[in-house]
Ligand binder design. Structure first.
Ligand code: UDX
Length: 440
């Protein structure tokens, strides 16, 4: 099948590459010429495990091409995916300007039947808006608009796309249903469901999924805070409740608050949709409040330990990305934590395996960047762990002790076992667990 993917961001690129991998001919379009030129050479602008290998293979086989010419991409395509950014407006609502702009342009270009598929996370009712824009210029039999939200997790996006737990397609058109079923068949052959539903339900499904997961994390963050105050250990509580299959083991890890490009944005947007419909979504508002608070918890711990005197203190930070296996720092809790510590007069030396350049773009020379995880520790009053990268799990603790001025760790991701920290005699504070070797 011939496919066009408009927007070569994270979602567009993974979608285009994976559809090429199953034999389709994909043309990816972007207005950013530099990006297109890099992609033509197989260089991806994002770090995503497995993507570059697949991309190189499909470029070689000529199943995927990149252009900045929308007309060229759309001409032969039967399915056009819109994978465009929907940034948060000032009030938190999703800004549809890019989606609707491209819809306008498509109105001038479409001359034969096309399925226009919205992959971006968009408020309920957007399919109809896109259809309305197209209808101004082209006959209704020349297009169908479909909502097909993505559920890709950064860091495992390729795997998620190739082996999805489910595919959600929102359309009322039989013709579009058939085309979408053919397209996704290779990915759901193992029996994973593909749900066909109306577009509004598909759009709501995406928001409901992300908001539910954000709620699950926020609930655990609150349980963790309560564990600290009651002397319980959240590790045990997490395992104790997670083995109830109605609750499930995943997404119960407390930490420094959820971040990334989806949860923060989607929870805000759904809350706004609720407000627009005069519905007071209290649970969701609490999720927002809890997450805002959780990003400050580690800073409060540090301030308590150093008796509010952070002026001139030096901290090493391991991990900046909003989660491991990505260089994405959008809405990463690390950003707020860094800002808060700088405001207190602390000096910061940071390290992340892949997100350093993105953080440099944001903080410039206000912080110091280390070439490796140990360099960051040199002379530091404490180490902060903000992303649970694998390489932080089994470090050379003796070397760490030699480098750190005081043997103190604030672990925002519960990376280490308490008995290990006890044995190594670190002052160790984590989330929802007892303070170890309290040297305050
Ligand atoms: C998410 C959704 O999972 C995905 O389905 C959707 O399409 C896009 O948004 P992503 O943002 O890539 O994916 O990351 P995810 O792995 O879901 O983690 C989101 C945030 O929650 C991270 O900041 C992570 O650190 C945090 N998290 C996750 C926790 O704090 N605890 C957990 O137990 C799980």
């Amino acid at each position: 099948m011939k496919i066009a993917v408009v927007g070569t961001g994270y979602v567009g690129l993974v979608t285009g590459t994976c559809f090429a991998e199953t034999g389709n001919h994909v043309t990816c379009v972007d207005i950013d010429r530099n990006k297109i030129e890099a992609l033509q050479k197989g260089i991806t602008p994002i770090y995503e495990p497995g993507l570059e290998v697949l991309l190189a293979r499909n470029i070689k086989e000529e199943r995927i091409a990149f252009t900045d010419n929308l007309k060229e991409a759309v001409e032969e395509a039967v399915v056009i995916f819109l994978a465009l950014p929907t940034p948060s407006d000032q009030d938190g609502s999703a800004d549809l300007k890019y989606v609707l702009q491209v819809a306008e342009q498509l109105g001038d270009l479409i001359t034969s039947y096309k399925v226009v598929v919205n992959k971006s996370t968009v408020p309920v009712g957007t399919s109809e808006k896109v259809a309305a824009v197209l209808s101004k210029k082209i006959a209704p039999e020349l297009f169908d608009v479909v909502s097909n939200p993505e559920f890709l997790r950064e860091g495992v996006a390729v795997e998620d796309f190739l082996k999805p737990e489910r595919v959600v397609v929102g359309t009322r058109s039989e013709k579009a249903t058939k085309i979408m079923a053919d397209l996704y068949n290779p990915f759901v052959r193992q029996g994973n469901p593909i749900y066909f539903m109306d577009p509004r339900s598909a759009e709501m499904t995406k928001y409901a999924a992300n908001s539910f997961l954000a709620m699950k994390i926020s609930f655990m963050n609150e349980i963790a805070n309560l564990c600290e105050r009651t002397g319980a250990n959240v590790d045990w509580v997490r395992m104790g409740i997670g083995s109830d299959h109605r609750i499930g083991k995943r997404f119960l890890f407390p930490g420094i608050g959820y971040g990334g490009s989806c949860f923060p944005k989607d929870v805000l947007a759904l809350n706004l949709t609720a407000r627009e419909h005069e519905y007071d979504f209290q649970l969701l508002q609490s999720v927002l409040t809890v997450n805002k608070h959780q990003k400050k918890v580690i800073v409060q711990k540090i301030k308590r330990h150093f008796k509010d005197a952070l002026q001139g203190k030096r901290f090493a930070i391991w991990g900046l990305a909003f989660k491991p296996e990505t260089d994405d720092i959008r809405d990463a809790p690390s950003l707020e934590i860094i800002e808060a510590l700088l405001n207190e007069g602390a000096t910061l030396n940071v390290y992340d395996p892949v997100a350093m350049e993105n953080v440099r773009g944001r903080f410039g020379n206000r912080i110091t960047y280390s070439a490796n995880q140990y360099e960051a520790l040199d002379g530091a009053d404490a180490l902060l762990i903000l992303t649970e990268w694998s390489e932080f799990r089994n470090p050379d603790f003796d070397k760490m002790k030699d480098l750190l001025k005081t043997h103190t760790i604030f672990d925002g991701r519960n990376v280490y076992a308490l008995d290990k920290m006890e044995e190594l005699n670190f002052h160790y504070e984590s989330i929802g667990r007892a303070v170890i070797n309290n040297k305050a």
